[in-house]
Design a protein around this ligand. Structure first.
Ligand SMILES: Cc1ncc(COP(=O)(O)O)c(C=O)c1O
Length: 474
């Protein structure tokens, strides 16, 4: 249900998008809004704050709210990807270990791994919740919290999922150690080695590593940087090959950053029902969108129990807490719960209780309001720096949420060589080939924008631009 202040905010946003209020112009005052819309001043303030939280407007002291200048890039977006239509084994993931090690090295400029810098995370509040829970649950935290996991956390997650369009019972949720484990368990529950799994292309390399480690094959489906996985190509692949499951990141995918429309989400479910395939939905970025409404998950239109929903708090709260979950639906619930138990017995108790507390006291929502607007600013800043320093022919995505950019560089650039040269200069980036099972995207890179911006980052982007220009001229 949309609240009144959200409707007013939507109305104002439409006016901004239609150019009624231009960047830098002042919006109507609280009093004018409340008079013209016949609403209370509190509702008018909430509507303006809602727009501010999402980065569309900014408050100026004693002067009111103004439309935020948006850095719209003049760079084109990459086109729909065109991977080969044959199932294959995953290869070429060795480079990822270098990337992960660089991410752990504080001396590197971190533009590679999609890990937000601590300054984007509510570190003090997490510290406080961990300390409070370790005192309050002194005895309980020393023991296992066996699957399905802490009831209070599952209750809080069920509440949030219901608010997001997926009414669910807490007993249908299993806590996992991150989203990576949730997806691994889902795949282990429904596949045997040699089975084929369809994936978006490009896709997050962690998914490729799970597929590789389980001895599965994968078929890469073309994916559009605005619309998501190409449903006609997925349909064709299902007709040609015995595909068991399809993994999608429909809300602010990594690395493309698109958000699939509700209509395409429904079409995906119709396709899955027709073809009898399982959809593994990774919604890890779902809370980090730049639009006013949180997008609904594919799970919300799942009418034949085909979606295994997986997510975590790694991008929104803290990756180190390792708190994720899955809502697999009744058919797979027991199997996945058992697999979780035999894998590592339990997810650590203390972070489960601390996250439950954080969700219960509303700290999470407050944090998200700030985080979304900071991520949007970080993405815009990085886009502007790329536009200023990278050579002509560079294309860049315009993500609808999250904090990564996917860049297509001039065709002469070798992203692996570029990554190695950049690492030697203390700059970590993610090369395109690790986002493909068969090492495509040779001239693509991904940049993470959630870093602490200072002159070193400015210089790193200039350096990257010079390296790329040199390679493009060869
Ligand atoms: C799309 C996607 N899924 C899953 C993960 C892994 O999540 P977690 O750290 O919760 O295991 C990541 C992390 O980068 C990701 O980008």
């Amino acid at each position: 249900m949309t609240l009144l202040y959200e409707n007013i905010a939507e109305h104002l946003l439409k006016a901004i998008e239609q150019g009624v209020y231009r960047p830098g112009e002042r919006l109507p005052s609280v009093r004018q809004l409340s008079q013209s819309h016949q609403i209370s001043t509190a509702t008018a303030v909430s509507a303006l704050r809602h727009l501010e939280d999402h980065g569309h407007i900014e408050a100026r002291q004693r002067s009111g709210y103004y439309v935020r200048p948006r850095t719209r890039s003049h760079l084109q977006e990459p086109a729909l990807s065109a991977p080969s239509g044959e199932p294959s084994r995953v290869t070429g993931q060795e480079l990822v270990l270098h990337l992960v090690k660089a991410a752990n090295n504080p001396r590197f400029i971190q533009l590679g791994a999609a890990v937000p810098s601590p300054s984007f995370l509510p570190t003090q509040k997490i510290e406080h919740m961990l300390a409070a829970c370790s005192r309050r649950y002194r005895n309980r935290i020393t023991g296992y919290e066996f699957p399905p996991g802490a009831p209070e956390l599952r209750r809080q997650i069920a509440k949030r999922m219901s608010e997001n369009g997926c009414p669910i019972n807490p007993n249908e949720i299993i806590i996992t150690s991150g989203c990576q484990e949730a997806i691994t368990l889902a795949l282990r529950a429904v596949t045997v080695p040699g089975d084929i799994v369809a994936i978006e292309s490009p896709t997050f390399y962690g998914l490729l590593q799970i597929i590789e480690s389980l001895g599965l094959k994968t078929i890469e489906i073309p994916t559009h940087p605005r619309e998501g996985i190409a449903l006609d190509a997925l349909q064709l692949a299902c007709e040609q090959w015995p595909i068991k499951a399809c993994i999608v990141v429909p809300n602010y995918s990594n690395p493309l950053g698109y958000c699939m429309s509700d209509q395409r989400k429904r079409q995906l479910i119709e396709l899955a029902n027709r073809q009898r395939i399982l959809v593994i939905e990774d919604d890890i970025y779902g809370d980090l969108g730049f639009s006013l409404q949180r997008p609904t998950p594919v799970k919300s239109v799942d009418n034949e129990d085909r979606v295994v929903y997986c997510s975590s708090f790694s991008k929104s709260l803290s990756p180190g807490l390792r708190i994720g979950w899955t809502a697999p639906g009744p058919a797979l619930l027991e199997k996945i719960e058992y697999l979780k138990y035999v894998t590592n017995l339990a997810t650590p108790t203390l972070p489960q209780l601390a996250v439950a507390e954080f969700l219960r006291h509303g700290g999470y929502d407050r944090h998200l309001r700030q985080a979304r607007s900071r991520y949007l600013q970080a993405v815009e800043r990085m886009t502007a720096a790329v536009a200023a320093s990278f050579p002509a022919g560079t294309r860049v995505t315009q993500p609808a949420g999250g904090f990564v950019l996917w860049l297509e560089l001039p065709a002469e650039v070798d992203a692996i060589a570029l990554t190695q040269q950049a690492l030697a200069l203390g700059i970590s980036i993610a090369p395109g080939p690790i986002f493909s099972a068969t090492q495509k995207y040779r001239h693509f890179i991904r940049l993470s924008c959630a870093c602490d911006w200072d002159e070193r980052v400015d210089e790193a982007l200039v350096t990257l631009g010079q390296l790329i220009t040199r390679m493009a001229e060869k």
